[in-house]
Design a protein around this ligand. Structure first.
Ligand code: CTP
Ligand code: CA
Length: 221
């Protein structure tokens, strides 16, 4: 029923997952965010736990329950997620970055709420560091690093570019413009791309089914 197939093939493995969206605050009441609910990353954490792994879940804003048995490290901003991921990464055997991390943040944070009349007409932005690319940079040969690419239209070309640029072992190209997949949905589908050049379709199913499929592919490839 839980589509675990009773596999215990991650027994003794340290699995690190990121999930959910980050928030980049402008002041205490306004932020730049995204529609992520964390369901895919939480499903990955659940699947890894079922398969015997020791699981750490670094999560931003989520709209789903964190499975018991999983070590939960809540964060809000991309900077907090970066710190938590960099701390946990050195001991992780398998890392999957499913979080929807901000690409930009407001250039300045104001501690006091800004009255709307003092909000600028155009908001100065500053870039956010790419967490996954940093992990790819400091990855040891025995570590496995997997990214996600939420895309519209052609999902393969940009995902392959990210696979190589971020020095990943594999990337899950995830269409977000199809009905019943992507942000907020309980279901999902994808194309799994690895650095060996394999391209494997993950058929539509629940996010937990897809999570198991991802680990099936990670274990077998
Ligand atoms: N990612 C990250 N840190 C960021 C942005 C993205 O770690 N600041 C990770 C995501 O968690 C995901 C992967 O990088 O695993 C791809 O994210 P995506 O948004 O698709 O790619 P970007 O490199 O941000 O490119 P763009 O948004 O322009 O498509
Ligand atoms: Ca992005």
């Amino acid at each position: 029923l839980l589509c675990t197939s009773g596999k215990r093939d991650l027994l003794g493995k340290q699995v690190l997952i990121s999930a959910g969206g980050t928030r980049e605050y402008l002041d205490p009441v306004r932020f730049i965010g995204n529609p992520a609910t964390g369901k895919m990353g939480i499903a990955l954490a659940q699947a890894a736990f079922h398969r015997g792994a020791d699981v750490t879940l670094v999560h931003g804003i989520v709209n789903a329950e964190i499975p018991s048995g999983v070590r939960s490290l809540p964060v809000v901003s991309a900077a907090e997620m970066e710190k938590a991921m960099l701390e946990c990464f050195p001991t992780a055997d398998i890392t999957v970055m499913a979080a929807a991390v901000a690409d930009v943040k407001p250039a300045n944070y104001t501690r006091e709420k800004l009255p709307k009349r003092s909000l600028p007409e155009s908001l100065p932005l500053a870039p956010v560091t790419d967490i996954l690319a940093q992990l790819g940079h400091c990855k040891q040969p025995q570590q496995i690093l997997i990214g996600f690419a939420a895309q519209t239209g052609d999902i393969v070309t940009p995902a392959l570019e990210k696979l190589h640029r971020k020095k990943l072992d594999a990337i899950v190209a995830n269409p977000i413009d199809l009905p019943d997949s992507g942000f907020g949905s309980d279901n999902n589908q994808a194309i799994f791309l690895n650095k060996a050049g394999d391209r494997i379709a993950i058929a539509p199913g629940t996010k937990l089914e897809m999570a198991h499929r991802v680990f099936d592919l990670v274990v077998s490839h």
